[in-house]
Design a protein around this ligand. Structure first.
Ligand code: PEP
Ligand code: MG
Length: 798
């Protein structure tokens, strides 16, 4: 047998990750997984690699090398036109050259062998390029070289191999090598020839073993579409998205903490035309609303992802496909994730927009940066020469040919694509803010106008008119002192939770449900409970649209609430996350879709039907039970037992007891399975009767916003008296001192989650002196307040 250095072909079963020099990163990774992970249950389609040696042999033997060198001698990559002319010449030269006979023979013989192993004469294969330097940690650009799908027959396989070799000289590949300082002949191209997975008949997608936006490592992030996976990488389709929490999944829980349906308008399938073996077709409307994989498959993919990550000992980026004929999942590629894993986790970089402006378009934000510049709308790649450094690139969608100008952009805005499309991956890598999937960015944004692109406001990205001011705050987390007082966060926005988990914290002291209800659910719970009985047709249609895919409308409420809470709980697991049950006032509940039907009109909603008083009332008890079911799902199905519950606005002991009774009936029993139930201390009665409240609750969290309102007799909503409201008022301070002492005497936990300590650091210092256990802060005021608290703690010791 020939040695590895001079073999034209290596089969997957004989390849390991150490073979990168011979077969490139993609093939080496496939071989490694085929050998090591098949036995652990991860399915990899079989195949073989045409080696880098074969490529070099091809160039030398046919005299191509000399020809290419001579063509490239007059290359100037700074000139886009010069680059594309030279690249084309090289590719044409390769494409018209035949493979040497001895190489042809071997490729055919292994192709036949592979076909026979699948009991076919000529089986369908994917022909993928695997450059020897492409997948190195700092040189990974998604899809730099081409992939050919559904290739069948000797002639077609050989042709695809030559095309593959030529793809090492696309404009972008040449540009990229020049930029990185690689010699064009130091990089070779190996080819992977792999049995096709019939995902044209099912679904496929990409999985990351971490959250690609924040770098949060405890989740697996799965995307999925119908048909062949090329459409995801190329950003042609907005995929379904799923998050699975790893630590609880490892404990055996079905912890799919988030599920979002993508629109999945088209899918790529096989065509009968051998010249164009795949094509795109429309997905029927009723299929678009459905998830493209089921829960069992989501968990299986997540488990495989963890196995692959553990095997390689680093975060991974994986392509998967489901075979519609076999009904089985396969992994078709895996490479190290390169963006987040290189981030310095000790530095916290915060982009803050100083003032918002007129919103021009919105879409999905990529990363959390802000950029601004003149808009340049470019409809297709032929127009990229007009792009100037520092402009905002606005386009339908990018592909690897656009990389040279993406590098020069201050921000990128695309009409199509999801968070794992080409534009998103490259922007993340280049650290350029990008908004994908705007639908109509190219129509609304106008050439030459100034725009600010902000990805610093969570999942939604905003393009604002004009050049808005923003600042970048850099924190060195190593220099932040540790305090004795527990610092917790106020966090009610699931989409920001993963990012917030990097801020120094000991959990979440207040996770309000209201934001989740208003943004993810949008509908009044009673309108969902009574959906069948609704008379207003327009309203019914609106609800139907928002709850697509859900026959049982109550389940929609439970699932979305559980996902929102679950995401926050996962972000801070295993630290405590105190979730407060809903505390909308009647005017706020009335604003939800269908809300006006169920809410009374109150003169002063601040003092009206809110908090605990709703939960046992016949007009709301069924809705409260849905909240309980969501909390139960988070704890029992997702396994996130770090979730504690807090009851807001509990005026009397009797109310507290009634609420606990309902919760117990719903399976949320205080003390069972570590469940703690807290009460907000935000009404003077909570302070006066703190000893009695201590008997029925596990602890208190001071709601200084309401406590100030009620002790000073000021309506929080009234502009006129707002100037008088101040937590530093001695009356408020006295109440707070009293309840801290009473809680301590009763051995109950006592914290604070009102706005006061975030806004007034000296107020935080007062709380420390009084001996409070924990202080909850808005994420953006944590660092400065910690410094103040550390100072106060130091003074106390003196
Ligand atoms: C409070 O009252 O201080 C509090 C934290 O609750 P909310 O602001 O939601 O009423
Ligand atoms: Mg309150």
């Amino acid at each position: 047998m020939k040695n590895r250095e001079s073999s034209f072909i290596l089969e997957f079963k004989n390849i390991s990750i150490n073979d990168i020099p011979f077969v490139g990163g993609k093939n080496a990774s496939l071989g490694e997984m085929y050998r090591e992970l098949t036995k652990k249950g991860v399915l990899i389609p079989d195949g073989f690699a045409v080696t880098a040696y074969a490529y070099r042999y091809f160039l030398e033997k046919t005299g191509l090398k000399g020809k290419i060198k001579s063509i490239l001698s007059s290359l100037n990559v700074k000139n886009t036109r010069n680059l594309s002319e030279h690249a084309k010449k090289v590719r044409n030269e390769i494409l018209k050259t035949k493979l040497p006979e001895e190489l042809t023979k071997e490729i055919i013989s292994y192709y036949k062998k592979l076909s026979h192993s699948y009991k076919e004469k000529y089986t369908d294969v994917a022909v993928r390029s695997s450059a020897t330097a492409e997948d190195l940690p700092d040189a990974s650009f998604a899809g730099q070289q081409d992939t050919y799908l559904n290739i069948k027959g000797e002639e077609e396989v050989l042709k695809s191999c030559v095309k593959s070799f030529a793809s090492l000289f696309t404009d972008r590949a040449i540009f990229y090598r020049e930029q990185k300082g690689f010699n064009h002949f130091d990089i070779a191209l190996s080819i992977g020839i792999q049995k096709m997975v019939r995902s044209d008949l099912a679904s496929s997608g990409v999985v990351f073993s971490l959250d690609t936006e924040s770098g949060f490592k405890d989740v697996v992030y799965i995307t999925s579409i119908y048909g062949l996976g090329e459409n995801i990488v190329q950003g042609m389709v907005n995929p379904d998205e799923f998050y699975v929490h790893k630590p609880t999944m490892k404990k055996g829980f079905k912890s799919i903490i988030s599920k979002k349906v993508g629109d999945k308008k088209i899918k790529m399938i096989y065509s009968r035309n051998y010249k164009k073996p795949v094509k795109n077709i429309d997905v029927p409307k009723n299929m678009r609303k459905k998830f493209s994989i089921n829960d069992e498959e989501i968990i299986k993919l997540a488990k495989w992802t963890v196995l692959i990550e553990e095997h390689y000992k680093k975060p991974m980026d994986i392509e998967w496909a489901k075979d519609g004929k076999l009904g089985k999942l396969f992994v078709v590629q895996a490479r190290p994730e390169t963006v987040q894993s290189r981030k310095d986790s000790n530095v916290l970089e915060d982009f803050v927009l100083k003032k918002k402006g007129e919103i021009l378009v919105t879409g999905k934000s990529v990363g959390s940066r802000i950029g601004s510049g003149k808009v340049r709308v470019i409809k297709n790649v032929s127009g990229i020469n007009s792009f100037k450094k520092g402009e905002v690139l606005v386009t339908e969608m990018t592909d690897p040919d656009w990389v040279p100008i993406m590098k020069k952009a201050s921000a990128i805005v695309t009409n199509r694509g999801g968070r794992t499309c080409h534009a998103a991956i490259i922007s993340r890598e280049l650290k350029i803010p990008a908004i994908v999937g705007t639908d109509n960015g190219t129509e609304i944004l106008k050439n030459g106008e100034f725009a600010t692109v902000s990805c610093a406001q969570g999942e939604t990205g905003y393009v604002y008119k004009g050049k808005l001011k923003y600042k970048i705050i850099k924190h060195n987390l190593k220099k932040i002192p540790k305090t004795k007082t527990k610092i917790m966060l106020i966090s009610g926005t699931p989409e920001e939770a993963f990012e917030q988990s990097f801020i120094p914290n000991e959990g979440v002291g207040l996770a309000r449900e209201e934001f989740i209800i208003a943004s993810y659910i949008k509908i009044h719970p009673n309108a969902l409970i009574n959906f069948e009985k609704l008379k207003d047709k327009k309203l019914k249609k609106q609800i139907e649209n928002l709850t697509k895919g859900y026959k049982d409308k109550k389940q929609f409420y439970i699932d979305k609430l559980a996902e929102g809470i679950g995401t926050i709980a996962a972000a801070f697991y295993p630290k405590d996350v105190i979730v407060r049950t809903s505390d909308f006032k009647t005017n706020e509940y009335a604003n939800l879709i269908g809300g006006k039907i169920y809410e009374p009109n109150e003169e002063n909603p601040m003092l009206g039907w809110r908090g605990a008083s709703r939960y046992y009332h016949k007009g709301f008890i069924e809705a409260f039970k849905l909240e309980c079911k969501a909390l139960k799902k988070v704890r029992n199905t997702f396994g996130l037992k770090n979730v504690k519950v807090m009851i807001p606005f509990c005026r009397t002991i009797k109310e507290g007891k009634k609420v606990e009774k309902i919760m117990k009936k719903e399976g949320l029993k205080r003390g069972k399975d570590g469940l703690e139930i807290y009460v907000m201390c935000e009404i003077p009665s909570n302070v006066v009767l703190a000893d009695e409240f201590s008997k029925i609750f596990d602890g208190f969290s001071i709601g200084s916003n309401d406590l100030t309102q009620l002790a000073l007799g000021l309506d929080r909503d009234s502009e006129v008296v707002s100037g008088i409201a101040n937590e530093n008022n001695p009356a408020i301070k006295k109440l707070i001192s009293e309840v801290i002492q009473k809680a301590k005497k009763n051995s109950k936990k006592i914290g604070i989650c009102g706005q006061g300590p975030s806004d007034f650091p000296e107020f935080a210092q007062f709380l420390v002196k009084e001996g409070i256990d924990s202080i909850s802060l808005n994420p953006d005021s944590v660092i400065k307040t910690i410094l103040k608290i550390a100072e106060a703690e130091k003074n106390l010791k003196r």
